[in-house]
Design a protein around this ligand. Structure first.
Ligand code: BGC
Length: 737
């Protein structure tokens, strides 16, 4: 439909029909067994209104979608949009966002979202509530698992890749969907890491660091954006005109659809943020902020008509919002044919095996080898007696939490089943070890049966594990954080492994000191204590459908883990929030070693256990000969920085080479000690040396200066190139403007 016809369609609508477009209803409004992914407070829609609604959330399956659309079109001339949380794949489940961040491979991550789009579009989903690009620096926050980690540049690159992967070149194509970047803004920085808690940060930090990845998604063309639950400086983001209208739309030029998060308009009264005394006020705030769709709430539906009659809102404002929604439906081709995505057999024809292969690559590229003393890994499965012990061996819940609601998701075999089937002749033994959760844990009901059986026979279980550990050359412990301990509303004050698993490490260590731990987790954990007892540590996060095969291949050296940390592994929870790109402070921590007035902890180091960008593999790399081609940079020139990276080990392998800069002195504004400016994933054959180059241009050095203008400043810069954020190898140049 051309723009004129779309305008005519808009003009032909009654006000009620228009208001309908602004409502996204929850499936439970339409039928009883709908999936529930959030709090449902206000759902008091009239039957008339339900006939006019514009979109629905989390309805899956072609048949169901067809039935809902058919029913809807009996009463409405505007097709419904089907939006859903397809966060880590649809049928083929990929590793968590955090793990995807660890790949440092935006091209691969684009492929993942391309696959997701192909699978979901062929099953009738039009919009996915992804990417989640909230910058995460506090591992207590339960949703770090969904993010790409702590770094601005990495988040931006991933945001762009994912949006392009979902949306492709043509939204009208049968294998593309609309992206919806979220949660705008700074949802990831709640005080004390507690989900939904207030966010308070300077405008400089907000703009310089937290807003950047949303903007990258917007610049990449994201058709939709979701506001967040939190307040910033006391103002709830979901109704903040300054954030949504002034920054997102006017400053950044976003023309797409803005949707609230689940029921968030209903959280503004005195029982919530306390910024409005009734829903009419909230509806006005939201429309004035240019919010278009209310997800799972009735605030807009109940109030817009009156607000217009009272002259508090204009119909033009509603028209603008409705037009944006109609435009999106039009781009997706729903006016031509509301059934175009499901009237075909594309879903049945998808090559899932091929998609699973890509998922496996993501497992391998996103897993991070933190430690590998005495080259304990890889293991030769032909000649080594291995005792596989631990609750994650037989656990089939190793996919990210945001996949549980997807009925056709591919769960994949457990590690134990996979090993037994594929290595029947190897000298392997298996033992449960202990449950994932401690006895009496608040979520024990999730696995009550396993736990009851275990605690009745605890001694027998432990004896079995210890016996098998004693008789093995090497123990592989499969440990992890229970899935109920991360995700939305799952913040933690203690980010260690559950005690029962830490105790298991102690008991096994007494029997055999050659231990490799494979750690499944939604967040960076505090593993400081147990790490001393482990020879090798492989963090596999939440790996998804290809967990067993991907991990087994890494353990046996068929594949080399090549991820680097997208969030540091802290030394202890007291360091939170922590990130590598901190300011130096006037009393930098090193001073604390000389006298007592450094910026430090008296009872813990200030450095994390493993820094951002860190990760090993089954070879070693030597960096040398860092060079810069010029020592002066001007706004119309560029500088090339080159480093030699030699693979000094026996295996061909990938290395992620990272370039950081430091702006040594800036007028009145302290600058981070290091900022990642570029990275490259390079494949280097054993014994060979790669020359890796990076370009630096003036625009890469801009920041919000004292007057809050985004520009660079003349002066000296340091450039660091190395294998992680603690690299000290550096050259300098001067920016002359
Ligand atoms: C989450 C969003 C999600 C939405 C819909 C909310 O509670 O914050 O990330 O997309 O629910 O399920």
């Amino acid at each position: 439909m051309d723009k004129k016809s779309l305008m005519e369609l808009l003009d032909s609508l009654t006000l009620n029909e228009k208001i309908g477009q602004l409502s996204q209803v929850h499936p439970t409004v339409l039928f009883e067994d709908g999936i529930v992914t959030g709090v449902i407070n206000d759902n008091t829609f009239s039957e008339e209104h339900i006939k006019n609604i514009g979109s629905v959330i989390n309805i899956f399956g072609k048949d169901k979608i067809r039935a809902v659309q058919e029913n809807h079109l009996k009463n409405s001339k505007i097709p419904l949009l089907f939006m859903a949380d397809v966060i880590v794949g649809y049928d083929v489940i990929f590793p968590s966002g955090l793990s995807q961040g660890c790949t440092f491979d935006p091209e691969l991550i684009k492929k993942l979202s391309r696959i997701s789009a192909t699978e979901m579009a062929a099953d009738g989903v039009n919009v996915t509530f992804s990417p989640m690009v909230d910058l995460c620096r506090d591992a207590r926050w339960g949703r770090v698992s969904e993010s790409y980690g702590e770094d601005v540049l990495l988040n931006c690159k991933m945001a762009e890749a994912v949006v392009k992967g979902y949306q492709g070149d043509d939204l009208n194509a049968l294998d593309t969907v609309s992206a919806c970047v979220k949660h705008f803004a700074a949802y990831s920085a709640p005080v004390s890491g507690r989900d939904y808690n207030s966010v308070d940060m300077s405008e400089r930090t907000l703009r310089q660091e937290y807003l950047r990845s949303y903007k990258a998604a917007v610049d990449a063309g994201s058709e939709m954006l979701m506001t967040s639950f939190n307040t910033i400086a006391g103002v709830p983001c979901t109704i903040d005109k300054r954030l949504v209208k002034d920054i997102l739309r006017d400053e950044w030029g976003f023309k797409g659809v803005v949707i609230t998060d689940h029921g968030s308009l209903g959280e503004q009264y005195s029982t919530g943020h306390g910024v409005a005394s009734n829903s009419a006020e909230v509806a006005k705030f939201a429309i004035d902020a240019t919010v278009d769709i209310e997800m799972a709430g009735d605030c807009l539906f109940k109030n817009i008509q009156n607000l217009i009659q009272e002259g508090k809102l204009s119909e033009d404002q509603i028209d603008a919002a409705v037009f944006r929604i109609l435009e999106l439906k039009n781009k997706l081709g729903l006016f031509e044919d509301p059934y175009k995505y499901i009237d075909n057999d594309l879903y049945e024809k998808i090559d899932r095996q091929q998609n699973l292969e890509v998922a496996k690559r993501a497992v391998v590229e996103g897993s991070v080898l933190l430690k590998n003393e005495d080259s304990a890994l890889p293991i030769n499965p032909e000649s080594t007696k291995v005792a596989f012990i631990g609750p994650y061996l037989s656990c089939d819940v190793t996919s990210p939490v945001w996949s549980f609601h997807l009925k056709n998701r591919i769960v994949g075999p457990t590690m134990e089943n996979y090993l037994k089937e594929n290595y029947p002749d190897s000298d392997f033994t298996y033992s449960f070890g202990c449950p994932i959760l401690d006895n009496g844990d608040w979520v024990s009901e999730f696995c009550q049966e396993d736990n009851d059986e275990y605690f009745k026979n605890e001694d027998r279980y432990i004896a079995d594990a210890v016996e098998k550990a004693k008789n093995a050359d090497i123990v592989v412990l499969a440990l992890g954080e229970h899935y109920a301990y991360h995700g939305e509303s799952k913040s933690r004050a203690d980010i260690r492994l559950h005690k029962i698993q830490r105790d298991l490490v102690d008991k096994i260590y007494e029997a055999n000191q050659n231990i490799t731990a494979v750690i499944f987790s939604g967040r960076p954990l505090d593993i400081t204590d147990i790490s001393k007892k482990l020879k090798s540590i492989l963090f596999v996060w939440e790996p998804g459908s290809m967990a067993a095969e991907g991990i087994t291949d890494m353990l046996f050296g068929k594949e080399l883990p090549s991820g680097k940390l997208s969030m540091c592994i802290p030394y202890c929870v007291g360091q939170m929030p922590i990130h590598y790109s901190e300011l130096r402070t006037g009393r930098y921590a090193e001073l604390g070693q000389k006298h007592s007035f450094g910026s430090r902890f008296v009872d813990a180091p200030i450095k994390p256990l493993y820094p951002f960008g860190y990760g090993l593999t089954y070879t070693t790399f030597e960096y040398s000969d860092l060079k810069i081609d010029k020592t002066t940079l001007t706004p119309d020139s560029e500088i090339t920085v080159t480093v030699s990276v030699k693979n000094t080990g026996q295996r061909d392998a990938w290395e992620i080479v990272q370039m950081y800069t430091h702006d040594v002195v800036a007028y009145m504004v302290s600058r981070p000690m290091k900022e990642l400016k570029d990275f490259k994933r390079v494949f280097i054959k054993a014994g060979e040396t790669a020359q890796v180059s990076f370009k630096i241009t003036e625009d890469m050095l801009r920041f919000y200066n004292y007057d809050m203008v985004y520009e660079s400043e003349s002066g000296e810069f340091e450039v660091f190139v190395g294998p992680d954020s603690e690299t000290t190898d550096c050259v300098t140049f001067t920016l002359e403007k």
